[in-house]
Design a protein around this ligand. Structure first.
Ligand code: PXP
Length: 238
């Protein structure tokens, strides 16, 4: 049964839009925990457009659930991760040339830098996940970097409907089974919402789902704790 990682970046987006101290993503993380979040995910971007360094440090010290730090594969981010020591790191593309055509990391094209980053982080006991397309070739490339987890990009699944969506679901499901057979823990995320999450949540071996936009959007109307609780229900009791 999949765990729910709640991505709180968009709470910080609202704060940064006005340069205020509120809403505080750290307070949001506490409410998400109360709602049943199994993990908190934040993306520290190079331009600090939402989450800032202070958020990551405070989250590290107050969270009772694991902290998943999403970040680009850069020297600055690796230095911060080694200092803050999140429970895991997910390496994501930030620049166009780091992506495959669809959107996940171009692992084969960045093999050297990704392998170095994974080695540096994992030797400091920070397990690494790579955000990739749901393809066996991307899983094979991930294996070569030494990363212990993958997060499959569900962006395309969330954008299409009907037969196309079923096809995407099969692609994610096959990639998940393949990763698991190779000893890599499969996660998924991007664009998952209250209407499309269940078929992904019931894919065998799926370990974590990272969900941000739909939960924070619902939270504006019903409150964060309830929004997280409702998502968790869909994942745990489909
Ligand atoms: N997983 C990864 C690697 C992401 O970069 C994002 C978006 O920041 C998400 C999951 C969450 O996507 P969404 O906000 O669409 O739920």
């Amino acid at each position: 049964m999949a765990n729910l990682g709640v991505n709180i970046d968009h709470v910080a987006t609202i704060r940064q839009a006005r340069g205020t101290q509120y809403p505080d993503p750290v307070e949001a993380a506490v409410l998400a925990q109360l709602g049943g979040a199994d993990q908190i995910t934040v993306h520290l971007r190079e331009d600090r457009r939402h989450i800032i360094d202070r958020d990551v440090r405070l989250l590290r010290s107050i969270l009772q659930v694991p902290l998943n730090l999403e970040m680009a594969c850069t020297a600055e981010m690796i230095r911060i991760a080694l200092e803050v020591k999140p429970d895991m790191v997910t390496l994501v593309p930030e620049k166009r040339e780091e992506r495959t055509t669809e959107g996940g990391l171009d692992v084969a094209g960045q093999m050297g830098s990704l392998t170095d980053a994974v080695r540096a982080l994992q030797s400091a006991q920070i397990p690494c996940s790579l955000f990739i397309e749901p393809e066996s070739s991307a899983v094979d490339a991930t294996l070569r970097t030494g990363a212990s987890m993958v997060e499959f990009h569900t962006g395309r699944y969330s954008e299409v409907a009907g037969a196309e969506q079923n096809k995407e679901l099969q692609r994610i499901s096959a990639a998940c089974a393949y990763a698991f057979s190779k000893g890599i823990a499969p996660h998924a995320g991007h664009g998952l919402n209250y209407r499309n999450v269940t078929p992904v949540a019931v894919i065998p071996h799926m370990q974590d789902l990272n969900i941000g936009h739909s939960i924070v959007a619902r939270a504006v109307l019903v409150g964060l704790e309830r929004a997280v609780r409702e998502m968790k229900e869909l994942i745990r009791r489909p």
